[in-house]
Design a protein around this ligand. Sequence first.
Ligand code: COA
Length: 589
Amino acid sequence: MGHGIGQVAAAAGYQVTIRDIAQDYIDNGLKGITGSLNRLVSRERMSQEQMDEILGRITFTTDLKEAVGDAQLVIEAIPEIMELKHKVWKEVDEIAQKDAILASNTSSLSISEMAEAVSNPERFIGMHFFNPPAIMKLVEVNQGEKTSEETVKTVMDIALNMGKTPVWVKKDAPGFIVNRILVTYLNEAAKLLDEYDMEQIDAAMQHKAGMPLGPFMLSDLIGLDIVYNILKTFEEHLGEEYTPHPRITELYESKKLGRKTGEGFYSYADRPSVTEAQAEGFNVVKLLEPFVQEAEKVLKEAIATAEDIDTAIKLGGNIPRGPFEMKESGLGVEKPVLMEKKDGVLIITINRPSKLNSMTLEMLDLISQYLEEAKRDSDTKAVLFKGAGDRAFCAGADITQFPTLTTIGARKVTETGHRAFSKILEVQKPVIAAINGYCLGGGNELIQFCDFRLASEKARFSQPEVSLGLIPGWGGTYMLPKLVGLTAAMDLILTGRRIDAEEAKNIGLVTHVYPVEEFDAKVDEFVKTLVEGPPISIRAMKKLVTNDPDMKEALRAEAEAFADLWNYGDLKEGIAAFGERRKPDFKGN
Ligand code: COA
């Protein structure tokens, strides 16, 4: 059994014997497991007693008979060479209990072919843990031609007992689910290199499609040898469309295998990274389409259900949405507000950077919808608002919609904002705004409803409505004085003056200010502390601190005053002046 898998099984309460071929490997394995458990103890995620218990359940040996003789489940994790697997499984078959389940942790070889080595193929199965097994939740449970359904069920149950999420791979297919879809996608990305730059594709997939890494950085991380060899297997079994792209073959042959050799698609002499701006000109649909198509093939070939495919891709690829979920929500129609869940945080990104993330009614509705999800989802421990791009958190309501409105339409604008932002208070979990640039008008009102406002040094704040002949209409006339007091609120609202992050902190608008280069890391650190906090007392404190019986009436009055402005001409003049980049000439009528 692999050492990491042994640790997971022992942690779940199973008696484990780990067999390795030499004492050196055993010593290293024990060191690895002890180190990993020690880290959990030092972070107070586990007591010393629990650690000792887990270690007490693990025996190491070099003797195969000692390891396998009494075992009810044997998990093999030796190198991925079929002859070697056959040799070891033949030996195991002779000494194992006749009713023991025999499982291979293979990520790429045929379970049916491997099962030829044993006398009891109904009890032979694939149990593919993802690396590192102590952290990754996914286990692909791979059924060979002769594997019985009872064996599948038992192994699925064991994986669940180990705290894992098993998916049922019903057919012995190359690459099972995750490698089949992900590695094919990496090859499809390489096929686009004639038309697009590598950095452009990586930037788009990372910043606009929600992938944790772009396809070329991911290839480098996995290793070009692994990517190449998996594609060769696909080519052999599935056809020429899977032939490794010449660029992958070239890197493989020149031993530029990615991070582990210091060079692959990228050079790792310095840490490569891509910015959102580099994504310009690449439509993520170009790659998401083949990604989804491959998932559809896996479904059509009856390898797994759509639900299991989505689960496998999300957990195995660390991708926020599975291919069928992506398809359902509309491929590549980029949403102006994005939502993703990561490490207990529901992240809402205002995603209209070309218009400085200014906000339309559609965007407010999306925010409402995501906040409803945050309320409902018990895995969400905190909500984080961000602005896409590096210029603005949000430059307020989309002004272009204003001139054509009637008073009724204006009322709808203000009430939709009130409804969306009030939901921030209804979420019984901390809501944090990370402000990286302009935070104006409606953007500045959004943050006023949040529990924490974290600003980068380059953040700028204002309520500029006065310069447009408007008033704040998304709660600012009420929330801002509550936060900063009457004096500062009057100054900001009636002059429209723009203030920097330091001043915003001094008047009590902002919780913390961080240097630009440390901003993302500091925000993550801050949010993590909240995620790890006690949910029940946090819920109670938020409710008590934000309790405000007067709010409803105040927002109603604001909505009325906002809509009334459409009965006068100053507003049209203000907006026209903004468009023409001139000073407005207000007449007071
Ligand atoms: N509504 C609609 N579009 C907006 C917007 C808003 N609130 N704020 C910015 N934009 C658009 C601009 O019109 C411009 O679009 P274009 O490229 O199609 O012309 C784009 O975002 C970039 O803004 P731009 O004004 O060119 O950038 P800048 O660096 O010169 O100025 C600001 C930045 C934030 C100072 C300026 O855009 C601004 O004052 N925006 C309005 C803020 C405001 O009054 N908000 C309250 C609304 S109630």
